[in-house]
Design a protein around this ligand. Structure first.
Ligand SMILES: *Cc1c(COP(=O)(O)O)cnc(C)c1O
Ligand code: SF4
Length: 347
């Protein structure tokens, strides 16, 4: 089986049934589902399968709510040169390309990713690198896109070398779904290309369900961890896919056992046509509380929201410390423990 890239191909595999509204949904974003993820789908319960729902188009994508946006997290307003997003003083995103091994229907860059999306030309990449070189406050460069591990190892190696050659760039972070979606790409050649001589390189893995951590995915993560790269995860909280305690616990545990430190649990962004994936913030907070009571500290992600308009990410709770309504001393606080018990604590 090859990567499934059209509705017809998904139909042939029995993953969708023809429907004109589905064609409209499919037009709004590229399709890609790799064989290794397709094999993990439970065909007996397609409508609820956590892998199928992430990658197979859904007619609900044609429903666009008024609060949804083309540029949900305001990348555009923070882009000083093509391919760079500079929202925080000490770090930038560098987006060398727009292709991914799979296309997630809830993608926060839904309007940008896909084949034919514009990768940076050699001149544009040189301009982006010049911007980084000219801004000594940039301590970290985050390679994202698109998926930087879709680059040929030789080109990726050149890019890592170029960044490594900028003395103030101390950390390089790579955001990827490749180890999960197309583990075979994580070859020794790729791992060698990724290794900077001087800077610290961290790898952020996008993973939303424990089932994605198949034996090949775990082997690819092990190759990265054995090479000495610290691994982090980013999970998007998705309705019906991972918004229950058991699923999140299983995912966070599976990540830690694969030597991936859970980093962020992202509240889903206001992306066009993705209302069916969104979860109320109160639900995310309740889930985080449940994780706190059950899971090792190693397995706790931070629940974050990216403030629309380019204002950046902030943790959105839950809160454990509150005011004491009947405090005798005015500054006493109430702290809630992980099991729901409430205790007075001097502020
Ligand atoms: C998410 C993001 C980062 C990284 O944020 P961290 O909190 O450091 O993980 C950096 N720049 C932009 C523009 C981002 O959207
Ligand atoms: S891998 Fe990331 S950038 Fe690519 S489609 Fe999925 S969410 Fe979007």
């Amino acid at each position: 089986m090859q990567t499934l890239r059209t509705l017809k191909a998904l139909e042939r595999e029995g993953l969708v049934t023809a429907d004109p509204r589905l064609a409209e949904a499919a037009r709004s974003m590229a399709i890609a589902l790799t064989p290794e993820l397709a094999e993990l789908i439970d065909r007996k319960d397609l409508a609820r399968d956590p892998i199928a729902r992430q990658f197979v188009p859904d007619i609900r994508e044609t429903e666009v709510a008024p609060e949804e946006r083309d540029d949900p997290i305001g990348d555009e307003v923070r882009s000083p040169v093509k391919g760079i997003v500079h929202r925080y003083p000490d770090r930038v995103l560098l987006k060398p390309l727009h292709v991914c091994p799979v296309y997630c229907r809830f993608c926060f860059r839904r309007e940008k990713v896909g084949p034919g999306g514009d990768a940076l030309s050699a001149t544009e990449l040189a301009a982006a690198l010049a911007y980084i070189r000219d801004h000594a406050e940039i301590w970290e460069v985050i390679l994202t896109g698109g998926d930087p591990l879709m680059m040929a190892p030789r080109r990726l190696g050149q890019l890592i070398d170029a960044l490594d050659g900028i003395p103030h760039v101390t950390v390089i972070r790579v955001h990827t779904r490749v180890p999960i979606a197309d583990a075979g790409r994580v070859t020794d050649e790729l791992v060698t290309a990724l290794k900077p001589k001087r800077a610290g390189l961290w790898v952020g893995i996008h993973c939303n369900h424990a089932r994605e951590l198949s034996p090949p995915a775990r082997a690819a993560l092990a190759r990265l961890a054995d090479a000495g790269f610290p691994l982090l995860s980013q999970t998007v909280l998705l309705a019906g896919i991972n918004d229950d305690v058991e699923t999140l616990c299983a995912l966070m545990r599976a990540l830690v056992s694969a030597r991936v430190k859970p980093y962020y649990l992202h509240h889903p962004d206001l992306v066009r046509g993705t209302g069916h994936f969104r979860v109320p913030i109160a639900r995310g907070q309740a889930l985080m509380k449940a994780l706190r009571g059950r899971l090792s500290g190693l397995a706790q992600p931070t629940y974050v929201l990216d403030v629309p308009g380019g204002h950046g990410k902030v943790p959105v709770g839950p809160a454990y410390l509150g005011d004491d309504p009947d405090a005798l001393v005015s500054d006493a606080r109430i702290v809630e423990d992980a099991f729901g018990g409430r205790h007075r604590y001097p502020a």
